[in-house]
Ligand binder design. Structure first.
Ligand code: V47
Ligand code: SF4
Length: 380
């Protein structure tokens, strides 16, 4: 059934829209996974990357209130919070020792018994669109973090936040991005892409910038030398055609700019959201990872974000086309507000353990996929 697609993949020929629809409709998960794994190995060998990082969400107050988002609050609503820049610096100084739920065996068994990372390579900062904060809050945040922690790469602000900053500052997109870069922004995460198709997007996040604008922000970032990631939120109201269209639009932009580092499919979590619905199935998760690997032939990395997939599915995803499992995270709020079943963070030792059990080689990376040499990788 998939023999012609297999031939294309093996000969390095690009998949068509129709091919991708057929892959999504196929039940032959093993063939899809085998092909994706072949492509992943051609690009990254047996490497499975991870990063010692920390997430920080400066505020959950957001003017958009997307209908799939359980994290956001309106100003004055119960549970709304705002961090000061000093709070953010303190979080980076605490070194991740403030776990709410200490990781449980078997992952900590025989390991170092806790969070042992001595320093972060990357901080990932995203948050709500605050109605009152001035642009200077964001530039001050970046420059203060850079001054205090010059060796930590700052991966911050989705295309949605950057568009909002351009509005509140009155600066063009290009100048907004240049100001962020000058103050310490190193790269941008891939959030806010959701699903580009207008008909679904207007139902799940009516206030959010449209897909074209998300792509325009990323294209501008790439043009001025800021690398970014890309995501796709799946498992809500979209259909297969919407997913394939989304992937094709990313592939087209990547052909033009080459500025995307990694693609991360984000599994929708339904708890406490306005649209409700269901968790994605493990099969859909694996298929989506694998098909992303096959479609996005011009992306170097496909990330299995363990927070959303769960520790075990993300482990299997490393054999279905993913080459990256993200990082230690430490404090995850967005998915956990919506019913994530994973821990909020993992130790470096746990990440290494998960990867090793797949037969792949754990490679600690920095934010730009440079390898960090580390003798601890051989600890098990
Ligand atoms: O932008 C919000 C999504 C994103 C839900 O670039 C939800 O390296 C599932 O983008 N269920 C934030 N997803 C996460 C993100 C990300 C994560 C890890 C690595 C990188 C990277 C990026 O989470 C949001 C939105 O698209 N989201 N609510 C939900 N209920
Ligand atoms: Fe705001 Fe982002 Fe949540 Fe949408 S997904 S409500 S933009 S925080």
């Amino acid at each position: 059934m998939l023999a012609d697609i297999e031939e294309k993949v093996m000969s390095g020929e690009r998949l068509s829209f129709e091919d991708c629809i057929r892959l999504f409709k196929s039940d032959d998960i093993f063939t899809i996974g085998r092909l994706a794994s072949h492509v992943a190995e051609k690009k990254n060998g047996k490497n499975a990357y991870f990063v010692v990082n920390r997430h920080i969400n400066p505020t959950n107050i957001c003017v958009n209130r997307c209908k799939f988002c359980a994290f956001s609050r309106s100003k004055g609503e119960e549970g709304a919070y705002e961090l000061t820049i000093e709070d953010i610096i303190q979080k980076l100084k605490t070194n991740g020792l403030n776990f709410k739920n200490p990781p449980s065996p078997p992952f900590t068994k025989g390991g170092q018994g806790g969070i042992t990372q001595s320093h972060f390579s990357e901080v990932h900062i995203v948050g709500g669109l605050h109605p009152d904060w001035p642009f200077e809050y964001y530039t001050n945040m970046l420059s203060t973090i850079k001054k205090e922690f010059p060796s930590i790469a700052i991966k911050a602000f989705t295309a949605v936040e950057v568009d909002y900053m351009s509005k509140i500052s009155g600066l063009s997109l290009e100048y907004t991005l240049m100001a962020l870069k000058e103050n310490g922004l190193d790269l941008m995460p891939g959030g806010g892409a959701e699903i580009f198709a207008d008909a679904v997007r207007s139902r799940i996040c009516p206030e959010k910038i449209i897909g074209d604008r998300w792509l325009e922000v990323m294209e501008t970032a790439h043009r001025i030398g800021i690398k970014t990631n890309a995501t796709m939120l799946y498992g809500h109201l979209e259909d297969i055609e919407d997913r394939v269209e989304h992937l094709f639009r990313l592939r087209d932009l990547q052909d033009r700019t080459g500025g995307f580092q990694a693609f991360i499919p984000l599994a929708y979590h339904p708890k406490n959201t306005e649209i409700g619905g269901f968790y994605s199935s493990g099969i859909d998760d694996l298929k989506t990872i694998a098909i992303s690997r096959l479609v996005l032939d011009n992306f170097d990395h496909i990330k299995a974000y363990w927070i959303m997939l769960g520790e075990k599915v993300s482990q299997v995803a490393l054999l279905f086309g993913a080459d990256d499992i993200d990082g230690t995270i430490i404090e995850e709020k967005i998915t956990h507000s919506a019913g994530a079943m994973s821990e909020e963070g993992m130790t470096k030792e746990e990440l290494i353990y998960l990867i090793k059990k797949t037969g792949k080689t754990p490679v600690q990376r920095d934010a730009f996929y440079n390898t960090i040499e580390n003798e601890n990788l051989f600890c098990r």
